[in-house]
Write a new protein. Structure first.
Length: 226
C-alpha cells in the first residue's frame, strides 16, 4: 500500500484548491475538445484528491474517473461532483471516484483515453512510481495520452528534513512540509520512470514565492501510448 495516512489528516483539516491548473486545461483542450462526442472520452486521474480536476473533466462533458487513497478526499470529490455536475456518474458519462491504491488500478486494460498525474505519484519511492506509471499505461488505450506534473530538484523543501532515499525527503520546509515523503525527479529519471510511454513533450516550469526568496520547479510531461 503506497498511501501515507498523513494525507488523510491534510485533507481533513486543510482547504484545498478548487480549480485545475492551466497546463492541464491546455492538455485536455488540445487533445479532446474536438471530439465528436465528449461523453465517450474517459479520463482517469490517479491521486485525484478533492476533485478539482475531475470537476473540470465532468463540467467539460468528459467521462471523469479518479482513484484516491484518502476516504475524506474521495468523499469531498464525490460530493462536489454530485452538487455541481449533475449526471456525471450516470449514463452516458458513467464517471467514478474510487478509494484505492495506485499500485494496482481497478480497471481493465485499454479502458481510458487519457491518464493524469498532477503531483500525486511523487509521494511514492522510485520503484513504486515506475509500477504506477506502468499501471497507468496498462489501462490506457493505444495512442491514448499521458499528462504528468511532478516536482523537480531545487524546489523549496528539496534536501531538507529526513532523507528516505535518492532525491526523496520528508521535507521540513516549504509547501511540502507536513505532507509526508516527497520525491524530486531529475530530468534523466523521467525516461526511466515513464519507460512504458512515448514522451512527446517535456517542459520545466519555475515560479518564485515570498518575493523570490523561494522557488517551485515542476516538470510538465506529456506522452502517448504507442
Amino acid at each position: 500500500m503506497v498511501w501515507d495516512p498523513v494525507w488523510e489528516r491534510v485533507f481533513s483539516t486543510q482547504n484545498w484548491g478548487k480549480y485545475p491548473g492551466e497546463d492541464l486545461i491546455r492538455f485536455v483542450a488540445r487533445n479532446f475538445y474536438g471530439a465528436a462526442d465528449r461523453a465517450t472520452i474517459r479520463i482517469l486521474e490517479v491521486g485525484s484528491g478533492t476533485g478539482a480536476n475531475l470537476w473540470f473533466f465532468a463540467r467539460e462533458g468528459f467521462s471523469a474517473h479518479g482513484i484516491e487513497g484518502s476516504p475524506t478526499a474521495a468523499a469531498l470529490a464525490q460530493e462536489r461532483l454530485e452538487r455541481e455536475c449533475p449526471g456525471w456518474n450516470e449514463q452516458p458519462l458513467s464517471g467514478t471516484v474510487r478509494v484505492g491504491d495506485m499500485l494496482s488500478l481497478p480497471w481493465p486494460d485499454e479502458y481510458f483515453d487519457a491518464v493524469v498525474d498532477c503531483e500525486a505519484v511523487y509521494c511514492n519511492d522510485f520503484g513504486e512510481s515506475c509500477t504506477i506509471y506502468g499501471e497507468m499505461q496498462r489501462v490506457t488505450r493505444s495512442e491514448g495520452k499521458l499528462f504528468v506534473r511532478t516536482f523537480a530538484p531545487g524546489t523549496w523543501g528539496d534536501g531538507t528534513g529526513e532523507q528516505l532515499g535518492l532525491h526523496r525527503f520528508v521535507a521540513a520546509a516549504g509547501p511540502l512540509a507536513g505532507k509526508g515523503p516527497s520525491r524530486f525527479t531529475e530530468e534523466s529519471e523521467l525516461e526511466v520512470l515513464l519507460a512504458s510511454w512515448q514522451l512527446t513533450d517535456v517542459n520545466l516550469i519555475t515560479r518564485s514565492l515570498d518575493s523570490r526568496r523561494h522557488v517551485i520547479r515542476e516538470w510538465i510531461v506529456e506522452g502517448c501510448k504507442s
